[in-house]
Design a binder for this molecule. Sequence first.
Ligand SMILES: Nc1ncnc2c1ncn2[C@@H]1O[C@H](COP(=O)(O)OP(=O)(O)O)[C@@H](O)[C@H]1O
Ligand SMILES: [Mg+2]
Length: 191
Amino acid sequence: MILREEQLPDFVKEMVERIGMEAQRLSFFTRSLLSFARSDADVDTEADVNLVLQEVMDFLRYEARKDSIMVIEEKDFDLPPIAADANKLKQVFINLIMNAFQAMEDGGTLLLKTYAADGPFVAVELADTGKGIPVGAIDHIFEPFFTTKAANEGTGLGLYITRHIIERLGGKIQVRSVVNEGTTFTLLFPL
Ligand SMILES: Nc1ncnc2c1ncn2[C@@H]1O[C@H](COP(=O)(O)OP(=O)(O)O)[C@@H](O)[C@H]1O
Ligand SMILES: [Mg+2]
């Protein structure tokens, strides 16, 4: 006997719906893992951080407008290229910028700054005016699966992957945050 959907008991409908939601969550999770695994294959040997940031912002600009977020860019256009794969850098910037947008649900400002720092390093600073990170959480944000978001919004892998990519390049990632004021991530890439 084959039942049509409207003939199914409520608890079965509910279960089917939950299975669908879990499947979606798992597929999102697998995709993050796959892009993490793939990210070990370097394609480019040199990347221009200003250009990569530009490409990422072209892709996320709609997202910013939708959430009434103003993006300010202060770029040093005399920076030399860094030894990195552009696609991995893209993944780093997308992770950090999406986190910033998600922290500014009621709007805000994201400052993207590039400059030369002592080391020598190429530095990228991403400063948002979002909700900030509580003291108890800041020590855990780079751990795999640490998330304060709902299951369909975050996997807790973004910063873990981000740090992995940056450290493989010999770089550093630093964070400072004040609750209700905002969060600043500073990335340092060796020349
Ligand atoms: N810009 C930010 N502002 C406030 N909290 C942040 C920011 N970036 C990261 N976080 C915190 O760090 C946690 C881990 O981030 P991430 O590894 O990208 O995982 P996810 O975004 O999937 O939760 C987030 O859940 C959030 O609590
Ligand atoms: Mg994230």
